[in-house]
Design a protein around this ligand. Structure first.
Ligand code: CU
Length: 177
């Protein structure tokens, strides 16, 4: 009788072990499916916010426009922003908002209205493809934009919507052959 109950217990343990393994597998799989697809290096844009309220490329050079290979339209595009300036976030935070150029004024006004409590980030989704958090010194954030989001025939731009920055911290996104 003791032996029989041992067998039952061990069979029970085997069943519960295999059920829990299956559950773990399922969880791991769905986590993998939900994770953003990493962009290829050529479809990854790295930008810095630097002293003097400016965007710069990864070499620290003034950034007036962002050029992206045309083929990236059909791939995931990633934008990385790093704040290299020294001023504290409350006085001079920086963010990166990727958007339809025609809607820039509306998006900037929306961010201004959201105010310091929202760290001057837009609340509207209209025309906004994605944005980083507002960063302070040495902080980083990334935006991953799905394949096919940048439509042909629409102009796109980038801007920092922190109060007073949009007039100088902006530029066009250009797709190049
Ligand atoms: Cu800024």
């Amino acid at each position: 009788m003791i032996r029989l109950s041992l067998v039952i217990v061990s069979v029970g343990m085997m069943i519960s072990a295999s059920v829990s393994a299956a559950t773990k597998d399922k969880a791991a799989k769905s986590q993998k499916e939900n994770a953003p697809v990493a962009a290829s290096p050529e479809c990854t844009v790295s930008i810095q916010a630097v002293e003097g309220m400016k965007f710069a490329d990864s070499n620290g050079k003034d950034l007036k426009e962002i050029k992206i290979p045309e083929k990236c339209r059909t791939q995931v595009i990633q934008f990385n922003l790093e704040d290299k300036a020294a001023a504290p976030k409350i006085a001079m935070g920086h963010n990166l908002v990727i958007h339809e150029q025609a809607k820039q004024a509306v998006i900037v006004a929306d961010a201004l209205k959201a105010g310091p409590a929202a760290e001057y980030l837009p609340t509207t989704k209209d025309g906004v493809l994605g944005h980083t958090r507002t960063l302070g010194p040495n902080e980083k954030d990334s935006i991953v934009i799905n394949a096919g989001s940048f439509k042909k025939g629409t102009d796109y731009a980038y801007v920092c919507t922190f109060v007073g920055h949009n007039a100088v911290m902006n530029g066009k996104i250009i797709f190049v052959k």
